[in-house]
Write a protein that binds this ligand. Structure first.
Ligand code: ZN
Length: 250
């Protein structure tokens, strides 16, 4: 079995290190989906319960505002549905714990304190925080902790040139689906309603747009500007797909 700098072939697949195009359209071949998504209710989507995930879930609940925590949990569920239906081979191999850790921590850099604790862009700082938390405090395997950090750092690095880890692509697909309704048909409507019901948005569109503008005002160099200083928060505010659910929970 071949091995790479610090991971065996098993670890590469298990923690989503497989290289895939960063261009989601290339993966979807310009179509709405690869395989027609199947309806799955939120309660039928498993969530891992190993000690590291339990601790990180508590950490996320404690540090994130409710809207961001619910967004992070929705991202887990959208990603699960996308993984299961669109990428059956990866579905058999990817650790759901690694996926859950990525989702729970991907926006940890956006908290009021963390935005102001560093000059770094929020995804970069979040990736470093996640790496320290997982690897140093929780003693997670290196291949897992680094996979989560890499995916967090690149979760808003959308583009058309080059490659990204499979885990990074999955978090991109799931977050742009939740934030902007991109690839609206990649998740079945039954799943969409059920997950939004369990983890209500509570005005997430306005809430996240405000955070993006806040970061860009504090740090005009922020990586987020790569998605368009006005286009990105504007796209988040005008999320047509999620508009019917945006006020749920308020
Ligand atoms: Zn997010």
């Amino acid at each position: 079995m071949s091995s790479t700098p610090a991971g065996t072939a098993d670890e590469i697949a298990q923690h989503g290190w497989t290289a895939v195009p960063v261009d989601a359209n290339a993966i979807l071949n310009g179509k709405p989906y690869i395989h027609k998504p199947t309806p799955i209710a939120q309660k039928d989507i498993p969530f891992p319960s190993d000690p590291v995930v339990v601790k990180v879930q508590e950490y996320a609940k404690e540090h994130l505002i409710e809207q961001t925590y619910n967004h992070s949990m929705r991202v887990y569920h959208w990603g699960y549905a996308i993984l299961k239906d669109q990428f059956p081979d990866e579905f058999r191999r990817l650790s759901l714990s690694t996926w859950a850790l990525t989702c729970l921590l991907h926006d940890i850099g956006t908290t009021h304190t963390n935005l102001r604790a560093t000059l770094l862009s929020f995804e970069f700082y979040g990736g470093i925080l996640a790496l320290n938390l997982l690897s140093h405090d929780l003693k997670a395997p290196q291949a897992q902790a680094e996979a989560v950090a890499e995916a967090i750092i690149r979760h808003q690095d959308l583009g058309t040139v080059g490659t990204i880890t499979f885990l990074g692509q999955l978090v991109q697909l799931a977050t742009v689906y939740d934030n902007m309704g991109i690839n609206p048909q990649i998740v079945d409507v039954v799943t969409r309603e059920s997950v939004n019901e369990r983890f209500p948005r509570k005005g997430w569109s306005g809430c996240f747009a405000k955070t993006i503008r806040e970061e860009n005002a504090l740090k005009p160099w922020a990586h987020t500007t790569h998605l368009g200083e006005e286009d990105f928060p504007g796209g988040v505010e005008n999320n047509e797909l999620m508009k019917p659910y945006d006020r749920w929970g308020l």
